[in-house]
Design a protein around this ligand. Structure first.
Ligand SMILES: [Zn+2]
Ligand SMILES: [Zn+2]
Length: 295
């Protein structure tokens, strides 16, 4: 089904002619633009409402430009937290949070510290195996991303052309090593509750990106709803049209909010939730009402 034929919504209809993008990244995580550059691009792309949702940091909000050209843009404060639910590494978006909130800043720092520790341990293993070039790739990611987020170390080995036998040997030998343990990660309960305490709404980012089949995806959602999740990012390029329709029904049944965004990191792509005005009308007004800055 084409997105234009998406079954029409009971969502709070925002203004039809608005252009919204609730998922973008800057240099404070793995994006290529500074907040000022990203906002300038958003203005150029005629976006009315924007959220910067860097991975595990709100640094961009401490570095927002103060002077901008005449046309206005509304900014919804946001973040994209890395956490774990039942061994699945997922991302939770937090919108409308107080970016100065102690809990948000503390947990964001904690998540980055864990990733940095894991990456450092992993790099030392690589040096032991004389895999310095893979270690350099990891180093590069640490520098750019404040750690590795959910980047799998095994994928790092595979992507760097390490032969499967060596990868397997490393995997077996170090399976209980901190670099490979999910048990030290931050869990969804904690992240959802921190977002809530900071006045925000928690949204499951891009459900289609976790390599889960539909049954597992909705099991994951059921668990998160029980933990007080507020909504789902339906409109994201990682979600197939089929999944979007299923998510739409799920959100209606469970009275969940709906969001969308480009997940812009770099390059020439236009900002604005998948650049589709139909999608913009379906994004829940409760999220847009969380905008705090007008630049
Ligand atoms: Zn993500
Ligand atoms: Zn993202």
């Amino acid at each position: 089904m084409s997105i234009d034929n998406f079954p029409c919504c009971d969502y709070n209809i925002y203004m039809d002619n608005k252009k919204i993008d609730l998922h973008t990244h800057t240099i404070y995580s793995d994006g290529s633009m500074s907040p000022a550059e990203l906002i300038a691009k958003a203005k150029k792309d005629a976006v009315d409402t924007l959220s910067i949702t860097d991975h595990d940091t709100v640094e961009a909000y401490k570095n927002l430009p103060t002077q901008l050209s005449s046309c206005k843009i509304l900014i919804v404060p946001g973040i994209e937290f890395s956490c774990v639910e039942d061994d699945v590494a997922i991302h939770l978006l937090g919108y409308g949070i107080d970016v100065k909130d102690g809990g948000v800043n503390q947990i964001a720092q904690h998540i980055r510290d864990i990733q940095l520790t894991k990456a450092t341990v992993f790099k030392n293993i690589l040096y032991d195996y004389k895999l310095a070039s893979v270690a350099d790739v990891i180093d590069d990611k640490i520098t750019k991303n404040f750690g590795l987020r959910n980047y799998s170390f095994y994928n790092a080995l595979k992507d760097s052309g390490v032969d499967p036998a060596t990868s397997l040997k490393i995997k077996q030998k170090y399976k209980n090593c901190i670099a490979f343990l999910d048990s030290i990660e931050t869990y969804t309960d904690e992240v959802i509750s921190v977002i809530k305490s900071a006045g925000g709404l928690s949204i499951l980012a891009h459900p289609g990106e976790y390599n889960l089949n539909n049954i597992k995806t909705f099991e994951l959602l059921d668990k998160l709803v029980k933990k007080d999740l507020n909504g789902v990012e339906i409109f994201h390029s990682a979600n197939s049209s089929e999944l979007q329709v299923m998510l739409d029904a799920f959100c209606k049944d469970n009275h969940l909010l709906v969001t969308g965004g480009s997940d812009y990191h770099s390059g020439e792509t236009t900002l604005g939730a998948l650049d589709n005005p139909v999608i913009n009308t379906k994004i829940s007004k409760e999220i847009l009402d969380k905008s705090e800055y007008e630049l």
